[in-house]
Design a protein. Structure first.
Length: 226
């Protein structure tokens, strides 16, 4: 993408996010559904030069984490996470939990849900981003295996161990111009990336509910009409 259109796209996403927040918008709507007192963090714009987006467990190795890539609704999205404070069971210490992963496109209030991608998380982390990043990670893992250095998990492990327990992180893939994104979940298990649509029929964003609704742990996408 040329520089001027790219800058205009990023500016448009910023203005759209501001406009959505000024009215109802997806962010307050999803936070209300979660029933959790928390805060949204803006992690900037993700671009999709391949035209496709993937979600999965980047530590599985092989190509499992890109087994079901989908067409990206637009050439870029804004990445948000919603986190909240909680008390650890056992010693009573406090921590922060990532509750929602949200790739925002129009950012308007969702009125229905559409397609979904199901995936697992085996190391309490979700990997996602442009398909080129997923392919670059696979290629890196193959190079590491051939060199006897392990695989993509060994490459990612330092990023998983470095810094706070909960994080959202961009990881550049060596020998490529691609990257993937990591969001920690605090637990292993199965998740869904769900496309949510606004009243105009546009994609408001892609939701991954990590923590579930506070009152009953029900995934909040199940509360949205299909």
């Amino acid at each position: 993408m040329k520089l001027l259109p790219r800058l205009l796209l990023i500016l448009g996403l910023s203005q759209a996010a501001g406009a959505a927040g000024a009215e109802e918008g997806a962010l307050p709507y999803l936070a209300d559904l979660s029933e959790r007192q928390g805060q949204w963090a803006d992690h900037g714009v993700i671009e999709f030069p391949s035209g496709k987006v993937f979600f999965g467990d980047p530590t599985y190795g092989g190509d499992y984490h890109i087994k079901d890539p989908r067409a990206a609704p637009a050439s870029a999205a804004r990445l948000w996470t919603y986190s909240y404070d909680f008390i650890w069971q056992g010693d009573g210490s406090t921590g922060t939990q990532n509750g929602i992963l949200w790739l925002e496109f129009s950012g308007k209030t969702p009125v229905r849900k559409g397609e979904r991608v199901g995936f697992g998380a085996d190391a309490a982390v979700i990997g996602f981003g442009d398909l080129n990043g997923g392919k670059a990670l696979v290629a890196l893992g193959e190079r590491w295996q051939e060199a006897g250095k392990g695989d993509s998990f060994e490459f990612l492990q330092p990023f998983l161990l470095d810094g706070p327990y909960m994080f959202t992180r961009k990881v550049e893939i060596p020998q490529s111009d691609a990257a993937i994104y990591l969001v920690t979940t605090g637990t292993d298990g199965g998740f869904d990336a769900v496309w949510l649509y606004d009243a105009s029929g546009d994609v408001s964003g892609i939701l991954v509910d990590i923590a579930g609704r506070e009152s009953d742990a029900k995934f909040i996408d199940t509360l949205i009409p299909g």
